[in-house]
Each structure stands twice: as C-alpha cells, then as structure tokens.
Write a protein that binds this ligand. Structure first.
Ligand code: NAI
Length: 469
C-alpha cells in the first residue's frame, strides 16, 4: 500500500508492481474542477506546471528582446495570459493522465481518498481510506508513506491565492501584476519571480538570510545574483519582516533592511515562498508507533525504513532535499528492499537544479563546504562565452566549475550556471557515481559544437590543460 502518488509514491508503486507485488495507491488530490488526480505536487502544482510557464515566459522575453539579435523583427507582440495558463494546464492534464495510464498498465489500484494508518493486526497494517462517499478499511503487508509536503505559510499572512499566493496560486494569476513582492529568495521565489518578471511585473524579493543562495557554490551564487539583478529582479537580503497588510487590491509589507532601516514595499500581489513542511496531518502515525521529529519529518534510516520494518517513508516527508528525483530514487529503493534486494542511494550524487535563466545545477560538494572540511582541492572553471555553440544560440552567460581532490584528482563537486545546466549536470552525476577523476571527463570525446564541451574544458582546467582559453 502506497500512500501518496507524487513522484515518490507513484514510482514506488510502479516498481513494486514490476516486482510482482499487489499494489494499491491512495491519493486524495483533486484539481480545481473537483476531478481526482494522480501525480501530487510535482505534476499538478509544482515542477511540471512551473517549467511550462518558465518556457512560455522565456519565449515571450526572447521574442520581445532577443530575436532582433538574430535579424528577426517582430512587431505588435501580444500576450494572451489565459492561453499561456491554459497551455500549462493542458500539460498537467496530459502528464497526470499519463500516470493513470501507467497505473492501469501495471495493474495498480488507485484508492481515491485520504489514507490513514489505523494500527496493526494479524491481517497486516491497517489503512483506512476515506473517499467522498464512504470509508473503507484495507490491510497491507508493507506500507510506503509518500505524502509529500505543503507550502509553509507565515503566521498572520493568510494565503488566499488571490492577493497572497503560495506556489499554487502563483502558477495561475489571472492578470500580470504590475508590482509583485516575493517573500523568500529560494528556489520557488526565484523561479516564479522570473516567470512574472519576464511577463512584465516589477519583482522584488525579500530574503531573511544575509547570503544569497547559501547552499549553492559561492562563485555560482555570486554570478547568479549578478545575472538576476541585471535582468531586473530586485533582491533584498538580510531582511526582517514586519507587518504585512492586505486589502482587496494589494499588499503592503513593512520590513527592516540589512542595515536595520525601516522600509515599506507596496505591491499588487505577494508570493510567499519560505520553504515547505512535510504532510503528516491525520495520517494516524501514532496508531503504528510512529511519530514526527522536530522538523515534522517521519524519522527513517539510510534506506527509508521507519522504526517499523514493514513501514517505509520516502520523499519530502523524510529527511534530505525536497526534490522529485530524490523521492523517485527512494521510491525505487524501497520497492526493491521490500522485494529482498539490496539497493543503495548515494545522496551526495543527487543533483540540484534551479530553473532560472541561466539555469543553475550542481552535484557533490561546494568549494566553501570542502574548504570548511579542510580538504585539499583544485578547481577548474571554463566560461560559456568561449564556447562556439553558446555563441551560436546567443546564450553565453555563466560557466562550469569543477572541483577535484588535490592529490587523487577525484571529482568532488560540479557546479554549472548556464543555459541547459539541468541537462549538462547529468554527465557530472554519472562521473561522480562512478568515482571518476577530473581527468576522466577531460579524456572523453564530447560532441562539437555542443555546450557539453564546456564541461570537458572545465575538467581539463582542473589540471591547467584547458584548450580553448
Ligand atoms: P527554499 O527553502 O528554497 O527557500 C525559502 C527561502 O525563504 C529561504 O532562502 C529562506 O531563508 C527564506 N525565508 C524563510 N522565512 C523567511 C522570512 N520570514 N522572510 C524572508 N525570507 C524567509 O523554499 P521554497 O523556495 O519555498 O521551495 C520549497 C521547496 O521546494 C524547496 O525545498 C525546494 O527544494 C523545492 N523546490 C525545488 C525546485 C527545483 O528543484 N527546481 C523548484 C521549486 C521547489
């Protein structure tokens, strides 16, 4: 029995079905029209719809500002926001329908409603499913909890998804706000802030921490701040929020800036993107002897097993980064463990991506992290500007930075800020998983002309052997 059908849950269900289990998956999600949906946050109101809007807004910005560099003149450019949002919704419909198809194909039963653990008996682990019309009891040999997370909201700043939105409302504005405020300059703030800036909003981000993108390699974060500021995003760091007052037409945010000066930001709309919290409401954890830790996560070991050997938890509801691909990997791992196999995840090899323009992607450790560990390292960096393909497509911002062990040359971290960084990082993930040396990437043939040559040149630069600079 899998509870939750996001990337953690639906992938676990498919893998368990492939391995011959009888699988049911409980999912309560309904779209705004009241239609039950599989796919969880990622497919319905997260990764997939945000990337659709990022693509549309990028097309718009390119048409307005960059096509003329190619000698293409376009006049009377118009923007049909409802069509753009409709396209995003059609993509969500298609991809969530795809999961329904995969469930049918793998003979996975979709139990529509809220799943709650009810205790253990001779029949197994009890799961009660409350649907629209009835509540039914089921028993399972093994349970995988994959209930995901929900947006963290701020006390005294109610989210109505009209004036004040979390990730859900910010994907479906019915008009382009003239002034948009964002609280939290993290992943969602930067991605959705970028969408609305490209479409014409004046966007200001208020971030509590004094450093920008603290988990990112410092060289990359510095370049990102430079690029985003150049694009017009206004980013205030080290902010302390004061009163947030909303009216029917807008919002007024009092805050003190990094120097302690009191300021007020007035905007038409506000996005609150201050992190997410695990979903464990009404899950009946105590009925099976489980609990949540101080962060609200279900405690699990390295292999996602709870303190009950037949109950597992994966994805956003457990420790580790809240990333769809991390949840998927854990879902596969758990299904295989239940099958008696011995899979393993190296969490150091899980990549992170921020889908701004340029994109930011990394795997392994940052330079500041390695220095704090006292590790002797060597660093190679290569700019996109020196790459023929990047010049050809007119996207020369950013670089690839590779960090290797000073003695052994083993790859320790790869950090990319560039167009298509989300795809370029995949080569680095393979290399890290296989414990490659920087030299290994430098010795491998890369297609010419391609952006991937920058990864190779950065690897060569680690040993001062870059060729095209
Ligand atoms: P986040 O953790 O990335 O960023 C939240 C930011 O809000 C932090 O920088 C934090 O310091 C700041 N903050 C917290 N309280 C604040 C306050 N009172 N005033 C001002 N700033 C405050 O969380 P975010 O952006 O909400 O995303 C949630 C999760 O979703 C993340 O864990 C992320 O992993 C995941 N996600 C991943 C994406 C990707 O992989 N591309 C895309 C979108 C979300």
């Amino acid at each position: 029995m899998v509870i939750g059908s996001g990337p953690g849950g639906y992938i676990a269900a498919i893998r368990a079905a492939q391995l011959g289990r009888t699988v049911a998956c409980v999912e309560q999600w309904k779209n705004p029209a009241g239609k039950p949906k599989l796919g969880g946050t990622c497919l319905n109101v997260g990764c997939i719809p945000s990337k659709a809007l990022l693509a549309s807004s990028e097309e718009y910005e390119n048409t307005l500002h960059h096509l003329r560099d190619h000698g293409i003149g376009v006049e009377n450019v118009t923007l049909d926001l409802s069509k753009m949002v409709g396209r995003k919704e059609a993509i969500v419909e298609k991809i969530t329908g795809g999961v329904e198809f995969l469930f049918r194909k793998n003979k996975i039963t979709w139990l529509k409603g809220h799943g709650k653990l009810t205790g253990k008996s001779g029949r197994g682990i009890g799961v009660e499913v409350s649907g629209d019309d009835e509540t039914k009891a089921y028993w399972a040999t093994d349970v995988i909890i994959a209930t995901g997370s929900k947006a963290r909201h701020l006390d005294d700043v109610p989210v109505d998804n009209v004036i004040v939105s979390d990730n859900e409302g910010a994907l479906s504005f019915d008009s382009i706000p003239k002034k948009l405020a964002v609280i939290g300059a993290g992943v969602i703030g930067l991605e959705l802030g970028s969408v609305w800036r490209r479409l014409g909003s004046d966007v200001t981000l208020l971030e509590a921490l004094p450093t920008f993108l603290g988990a990112t390699d410092e060289t990359v974060a510095k370049e990102a701040a430079r690029q985003f500021t150049k694009q017009g995003l206004k980013i205030h760091l080290g902010v302390t929020l004061g009163n947030v007052t909303t009216s029917a037409t807008g919002v007024s945010i009092a805050f003190s800036d990094k120097d302690g000066a009191d300021q007020t930001l007035d905007a038409d709309r506000l996005i609150v993107s201050v992190g997410r919290i695990p979903n464990t409401d009404n899950l009946g954890l105590d009925s099976v002897g489980l609990f949540v830790d101080e962060r609200g996560c279900i405690p699990v070991g390295e292999h996602c097993c709870t303190n009950d050997p037949h109950i597992y938890a994966v994805g956003d509801v457990v420790r580790g980064p809240m990333l769809a691909h991390k949840a998927e990997d854990e879902g596969v791992m758990v299904a295989e463990i239940i099958d008696g196999q011995k899979p393993h995840i190296d969490y150091n090899c899980i990549p992170s991506v921020i889908y701004t323009e340029p994109e930011i992607a990394w795997v392994g450790k940052t330079e500041q992290h390695l220095k704090a560990e006292g590790r002797a390292i060597k660093v190679g960096q290569f700019p996109m500007l020196a790459n023929g393909r990047a010049l050809g497509i007119g996207q020369t911002e950013g670089f690839v930075k590779i960090i290797a062990d000073a003695k052994t040359d083993e790859l320790l971290g790869v950090h990319i800020i560039s167009v298509n960084a989300s795809d370029l990082i995949a080569e680095a993930v393979v290399a890290l998983e296989f414990k490659a040396a920087a030299e290994d990437i430098g010795m491998i043939s890369h297609p010419h002309p391609s952006l991937s040559e920058v990864v190779r040149e950065a690897a060569l630069a680690v040993n001062k052997r870059a060729l095209n600079i």
